[in-house]
Design a protein around this ligand. Structure first.
Ligand code: ATP
Ligand code: MG
Length: 335
């Protein structure tokens, strides 16, 4: 059976981008057709300046939102990365096949490192090596497919390179995975800055009005979408290069309604009409997620139980592969 793995970082409140680009497909498609694991990748949240209590809170919230979005622990494995030691164990071995040049070429490293420097901070070494840990997350489970937004393509390519290199040098150990992306909304853009991706760790004070959070109240969602930056044109055309703001709204609307953004573009006579319909569609898509999240918050012991069970299952799946990698690379067997 196809093995699917994907994760989400507890670096901020989850966004509409996370939902349309990744989580929604995990719930509606992946968990039904594959042996799937979905992970709150908390170790990745330590790569930038962080508040320990906030990371813990956001980890629980992300896990709760995964379940609220319809990820069903009876169909797949839901767990927290740091509760399964195999990820960190394997990451070190993969650091021994990766090169520093490869790491420095990662676009997200360059962007996030620049952001840390702009904030007057220093760049943590883990920010540079984080794609290796991500490779370990994926390879530990002999994953075939990684359903992600398109910003993760480069990291999955690196994961493939590391798997191939390890297999060639030390004998066949890892499955070489591939990324899969949704047909529309693979990269939801910030509503106020449609040339930038909507990202949950973007500074909320600056970028917040352009980000729809999954737990935003409906009237807040409407306000943000109605105030989305467009351009001075009039016609509703789907053109990501020339009309990025309108194209983003068309993609969001298409993703929420199952339509095609190109086909939708002909049906609106004004930007205002498009915005109103997009806002309504987003509110409707998020409503059941918010409701279910509220129900789940009333019973935190259920989420704890799911995560405990998920970690045990994940550990059992990862351990044989990671042990095999230890042996292959030249380490003594466990005693
Ligand atoms: P951060 O700013 O901390 O990197 P993020 O919002 O990018 O946060 P991640 O945890 O890095 O979220 O990514 C989780 C999943 O959501 C990944 O599959 C990623 O590709 C997807 N994703 C993130 N942002 C978007 C977006 N704007 N559009 C579509 N998919 C997205
Ligand atoms: Mg990201």
């Amino acid at each position: 059976m196809t093995r699917v793995f994907s994760g989400i970082k507890p670096t901020g409140h989850l966004t509409l981008g996370n939902y349309l680009g990744a989580m929604r497909r995990w719930a509606s498609v992946d968990q039904h057709r594959a042996d799937a694991l979905f992970c709150v990748v908390d170790l990745h949240a330590l790569t930038v300046d962080h508040d320990p209590a906030r990371v813990r809170r956001l980890s629980r919230q992300a896990a709760t939102l995964l379940l609220a979005a319809g990820v069903d622990p009876r169909l797949c494995t839901v767990f927290v990365q740091s509760q399964v030691d195999e990820h960190a164990r394997l990451s070190y071995l993969l650091e021994c096949v990766a090169t520093d040049g490869e790491m420095r070429r990662m676009v997200q490293y360059k962007e996030k490192a620049a952001r840390e420097r702009d904030r007057g901070g220093s760049v943590r070494l883990s920010l540079l090596t984080y794609p290796v840990l991500m490779a370990a997350d994926i390879l530990a489970y002999r994953t075939d497919e990684v359903p992600v937004g398109d910003d993760q393509t480069q990291h999955v390519e690196l994961t493939r390179d590391l798997a191939v290199r390890f297999n060639q040098r030390y004998g066949h150990t890892f499955t070489v995975p591939r990324a899969t992306h949704p047909e529309v909304a693979a990269r939801v853009m910030n509503l106020q800055e449609p040339s930038s991706k909507m990202g949950k760790s973007d500074d909320a004070a600056v970028a917040g009005p352009g980000i729809v959070y999954l737990l935003d109240e409906p009237d807040v969602v409407r306000k943000k979408i109605m105030r989305a930056v467009t351009d001075s044109g009039q016609d509703v055309l789907y053109d990501r290069e020339e009309r990025p703001g309108i194209a983003n709204l068309l993609e969001i609307l298409a993703a929420c309604t199952g339509a095609d953004p190109e086909a939708l573009s002909g049906t609106y006579s004004s930007y205002g009409a498009l915005k109103k319909e997009t806002a309504d569609a987003v509110v409707e898509v998020l409503r059941p997620v918010r409701d279910r999240h509220q129900e789940l918050c009333a019973d935190p012991s259920y989420v704890e139980e799911v995560l405990r069970d998920g970690a045990a299952r994940a550990r059992a799946m990862a351990r044989p592969t990671v042990d095999a990698a230890y042996r292959a690379i030249g380490l003594l067997p466990p005693v």
